[in-house]
Design a protein around this ligand. Structure first.
Ligand SMILES: NC(=O)c1ccc[n+]([C@@H]2O[C@H](COP(=O)([O-])OP(=O)(O)OC[C@H]3O[C@@H](n4cnc5c(N)ncnc54)[C@H](O)[C@@H]3O)[C@@H](O)[C@H]2O)c1
Length: 255
């Protein structure tokens, strides 16, 4: 299946976890991928995993997506190289969070900035290109924690709730430009981010009963399972879907 033949897809947080799996899946469907991450080594590793025949379809970009000047330069470079952006996957994120009383101002600012402001920054420079082209699809990575809270997650939960609502606002603002905007809400997905959190809570074996209770399908999701949902939302298969939050959570939010 090649739903994205030659389309230009920009992915933030592409060096690891969900972003990386999504980059690889878009390449399988013959897209051209702008792989954006703050982690240069991670991007090098991603390239090593991509067959050499596909290297000309990948534009790795080291950038901190919270800085508007860096994002503007990056988008300028993409336009020089490939002329347009058909799909934007706003996925970069961090989870360094606690209850309000245990959260420093620096933690709060960093969490909200990386998870939420990055979507503002990237969308601000990519949407005009989509408007000019007359079409576009944007997918944001929110979380189940955008719709249900958990204790000791103040800034993370606030950022993800913000993403769900920002997704709806963007969908409304740009519908007449033929730009669709949706988000995915992953549950516990087996990525380096989730593993760091699981390790903090005593390791996978200890956490598994809790994960099975929370996710009725009884396991961690895979980054590929989220990637498939992202490609669906970005594709013409979702041509009448905009402003939605798609749960990819093994049933977490059904309970
Ligand atoms: N793994 C889960 O269980 C889970 C669940 C729900 C939501 N999410 C969300 O999915 C997204 C991806 O998470 P993941 O689990 O793949 O994590 P990950 O840590 O494996 O990957 C995140 C990537 O984002 C990059 N990044 C972080 N800050 C950046 C910045 N300022 N500029 C550019 N790149 C930056 C990191 O370098 C990393 O490569 C995040 O938004 C996360 O909140 C993850």
């Amino acid at each position: 299946m090649e739903r994205f033949n030659d389309q230009v897809v920009m992915i933030t947080g592409a060096a690891s976890g969900i972003g990386k799996a999504t980059a690889l899946l878009f390449l399988e469907e013959n897209a051209r991928v702008v792989a954006v991450d703050i982690d240069r080594t991670g991007l090098d590793t991603l390239l090593e995993e991509i067959p050499e025949t596909k290297h000309e379809r990948v534009l790795p970009m080291v950038a901190d997506v919270v800085h508007l000047d860096q994002v503007e330069q990056m988008v300028h470079r993409v336009v020089q190289q490939w002329g347009r952006v058909d799909v934007l996957f706003n996925n970069a994120g961090i989870e360094e969070t606690d209850s309000i009383t245990n959260t420093t101002e620096a933690m709060w600012d960093r969490q909200i900035t990386v998870n939420l402001k990055s979507i503002f920054a990237c969308s601000k420079f990519v949407i005009p290109l989509m408007q000019e082209a007359g079409h576009g699809a944007i997918v944001n990575t929110a979380s189940i924690e955008g719709v249900v809270a958990e204790p000791r997650g103040a800034a993370y939960v606030a950022s993800k709730g913000g993403i769900v609502m920002l997704t709806k606002e963007m969908a409304l603002s740009y519908a007449t430009d033929n730009i669709r905007v949706n988000c995915v809400c992953p549950g516990w997905i087996d990525t380096p981010m989730a593993r760091r959190s699981i390790d903090k809570h005593g390791g996978l074996e200890m956490m598994m009963p809790e994960i099975q209770r929370l996710q009725p399908l009884g396991r961690l999701g895979t980054p590929q399972e989220v990637a498939k949902a992202v490609l669906f939302l970005a594709s013409e298969d979702a041509s009448f879907i905009t402003g939605t939050a798609l749960m990819v959570d093994g049933g977490y939010t059904a309970q």
